[in-house]
Write a protein that binds this ligand. Sequence first.
Ligand SMILES: [Fe+2]
Length: 283
Amino acid sequence: MSTVTTAMLREQFDAGLTTRTDFTIDQPVHAYGAVDHAVWQQLYERQAKLLPGRVCDAFLDGLDALDMDAHRVPEFARLNEKLAATTGWQIVAVPGLVPDDVFFNHLAERRFPATWWMRRPDQLDYLQEPDCFHDVFGHVPLLANPVFGDFMQAYGIAGQTAQKLDALPLLARLYWYTVEFGLMRHGDGLRIYGAGIVSSRGETEFSLSSGKPNRLAFDLARVMQTRYRIDTFQETYFVIDDFTQLFDAMRADLPALFAELAGAPGFAASDVTAADHCIALPA
Ligand SMILES: [Fe+2]
């Protein structure tokens, strides 16, 4: 496990960069060295080999539509030309994690904040913080999908509401169990779409094949009540039917739901109740 902290990363990677008030920077494309490009290529090729048959079709369609470079850290400006022509989303470079309000404001305006720096070669399999590979390879292909793109914008707007109502932990769980670690039905089987899985070789296999985790049908209130762990593979995955189900979930009366769940005890990451709809792995 890496012991790199946010402060260390900021010091290491921010040097000389001008950060705007919305936490964006110009992607410092000339700062990438041969090692950064080699790490990108290694991770990209590893996942590109593993993902067909395991990731949802929309992800591979997005990868194609964006013509993402397999050999070099992509230039965000080039990806943005392709995104502009599909869903109108844009990637903005940031030094790392940004404050919640800044993050939601970007999403609400169809801007995805992507960390510009690449992990080191000794961090291929685990990193505490999102880096450029996680943010760009993991998240950006689905931004080329119209329904998922609309959901992400709706999520940003919901985030602005949740902040005003002091309900951020509830909404953060939705992001965690969908955008980061979501599974989707595919015929009789399952596919991954969450960026935390898509950008991780180990969790790509674990989430689809291991008998250990629970796989529960998506239910907005249940997801919002479920705590999560950041130190292991997931103990529970929530399974959506399709992205329309996610988008429709954002049409719920969120202030009423936040109020209803405010005093609820919640669930541990490993809990399963009689009310849950468990989904078995295909035989
Ligand atoms: Fe992420």
